[in-house]
Design a protein around this ligand. Structure first.
Ligand SMILES: NC(=O)c1ccc[n+]([C@@H]2O[C@H](COP(=O)([O-])OP(=O)(O)OC[C@H]3O[C@@H](n4cnc5c(N)ncnc54)[C@H](OP(=O)(O)O)[C@@H]3O)[C@@H](O)[C@H]2O)c1
Length: 249
């Protein structure tokens, strides 16, 4: 008998070509899940993640889809069903974060953040409801410590993650009767491709200074908590925000 916690399960990880999503995909696969590695514009990154999973004896496939677009989300789920035949776990990880002080917020910046971080997460969750079976499912939303920490210069991004926490609590209440659990994981500052290209490296020292455990995070600090929330070990946990932030709140 398999000792893997997710043997026979199928998971979609949005935005899994890099960073936190890539690590989540690898950790889910290591526990036996078949994983769809979604990406938007980086096929090389997504291929690397799949190759690594397969080389370790796991099962994974890439699917390109911009998850701020309903039609592409529908195709992502249809391709998942075609590839692996079922769906048990949805990780809403794809997200963007750009700093903009109050006076510089633009309509474009607002819509880009909300279309992906909030609307895409809602539409993907909605699509998952069509595919989860009678045994239910687990939706894990990658939120952020910023939803309550509210660092300056990031009002729009902070607002998207506050919305994610609210959606998590509400969907958990709506979907519990279908055995669908909905939780969020709220990372502190994590070293990823996104934090490097987005200029957040300059903020590492500031964040280290206010983080009780005295360091910024790595993607592999986040992924095991996601695996726990996807697995039966967390079977009586829903609607919660789980801070994985070295104690930063
Ligand atoms: N890093 C942190 O400090 C931190 C802290 C708290 C929360 N988070 C959250 O964690 C999540 C991942 O962050 P990260 O730092 O790992 O990001 P990252 O390194 O920038 O990677 C982002 C991933 O999302 C994908 N993506 C971007 N736009 C997409 C779209 N429209 N459709 C589908 N996929 C898309 C990218 O794929 P392509 O390259 O193929 O486009 C990439 O795989 C985000 O929700 C972020 O808000 C991050």
């Amino acid at each position: 008998m398999s000792t893997q916690k997710l043997a026979g399960k199928v998971a979609i990880v949005t935005g899994a070509s890099k960073g936190i999503g890539a690590s989540i995909a690898k950790h889910l696969a290591a526990e036996g899940a078949s994983v769809i590695v979604n990406y938007s514009s980086s096929p090389e990154g997504a291929d690397r993640v799949v190759k690594e999973i397969v080389a370790s004896g796991g099962n994974a496939k890439t699917v390109q889809a911009n998850v701020s677009k309903k039609a592409e989300i529908e195709r992502l789920f249809a391709e998942t069903k075609k590839a692996f035949g079922r769906l048990d776990i949805l990780i809403n990880n794809a997200g963007i974060y750009q700093g903009q002080p109050a006076g510089e917020i633009t309509e474009e910046n607002f819509h880009a953040h909300f279309d992906l971080n909030v609307l895409g997460l809602i539409l993907a969750s909605q699509e998952a409801l069509k595919y989860f079976g009678p045994e239910g499912g687990s939706i894990i939303n990658i939120s952020s410590v910023v939803s309550t920490l509210s660092p300056p210069g990031m009002a729009v991004y902070n607002a998207t993650k506050s919305a994610v926490d609210g959606i998590t609590r509400t969907f958990a209440k709506e979907l519990g009767a279908r055995k669908i659990r909905v939780n969020s994981v709220n990372p502190g500052l994590v070293e990823t491709e996104g934090t490097h290209t987005g200029g957040f490296v300059e903020k590492f020292d500031t964040f280290i200074a206010i983080t009780p455990l005295g360091r910024i995070g790595q993607p592999q600090d986040i992924a095991p908590v996601v695996v726990f929330l996807a697995s039966p070990d967390s079977g009586w946990i829903t609607g919660e925000t789980h801070y994985v932030s070295g104690g930063l709140r």
